[in-house]
Write a protein that binds this ligand. Structure first.
Ligand code: HEC
Ligand code: HEC
Ligand code: HEC
Length: 110
């Protein structure tokens, strides 16, 4: 019994720790259409936040290494020349040579 309790306690500690890490690192994925109240007919972009965190530093996108406001100010959200395409997602994908980094279906998944 004592062993079982110890196990449960250890599992609880682990779960607790990972919950804290996830909370401070922000969501695993982010629906950008919702978050930025984007209007338009393209399928919503579900941004794989965690995938990016694994490959990059927070400060590639955020103002601090704990997150905070994005370095790029997103103002225009309509049409092809929206700020996500022009100032944020596309420039980095081109710079880092992300495979299919500018293909519509990489980001706008049905
Ligand atoms: C490739 C770009 C990118 C990287 C790298 C990145 N993030 Fe984010 N993050 C975003 C975007 C885009 C959002 C959604 C827009 C927003 O919340 O301003 C976001 C949202 C967040 C949020 C939620 C903010 C809110 O108001 O809900 C937190 C917390 C966060 N990021 C923390 C981090 C931390 C910590 C790191 C580094 C370990 C990191 N991010 C790395 C792009 C990035
Ligand atoms: C600072 C650089 C940077 C920015 C900004 C950035 N990305 Fe990326 N993105 C990457 C890199 C690097 C990869 C390749 C990751 C890998 O190799 O798994 C990637 C891959 C992706 C993928 C494919 C993920 C997969 O599972 O294969 C998607 C989707 C994506 N990015 C969407 C976005 C969207 C949407 C934005 C803007 C909101 C954005 N990215 C902004 C660097 C960036
Ligand atoms: C690297 C990621 C990425 C790629 C690749 C991408 N987009 Fe986007 N796009 C976004 C993000 C982020 C938004 C704003 C959030 C949303 O609409 O969900 C957006 C918004 C849009 C909008 C304005 C909103 C709307 O629904 O009308 C249009 C139009 C658009 N994209 C068309 C395209 C087309 C066409 C392609 C292929 C040539 C493309 N996008 C490729 C990330 C991307």
């Amino acid at each position: 019994m004592k062993k079982l309790l110890t196990c449960l306690f250890a599992a609880g500690m682990l779960a607790g720790t990972s919950a804290v890490v996830i909370a401070s690192n922000g969501p695993e994925t982010i629906n950008l259409k919702e978050k930025f109240s984007v209007t338009g007919k393209k399928p919503a972009v579900i941004f794989p936040h965690r995938t990016h965190q694994e490959k990059l530093d927070c400060t590639n996108c955020h103002s601090t290494d704990k997150g905070g406001p994005l370095k790029v100010k997103i103002e225009k959200t309509t049409g092809m020349s929206n700020d996500f395409h022009k100032k944020f997602c596309w420039p980095c994908h081109v710079e880092r040579k992300v495979p299919k980094g500018k293909s519509c279906s990489t980001c706008h998944k049905k």
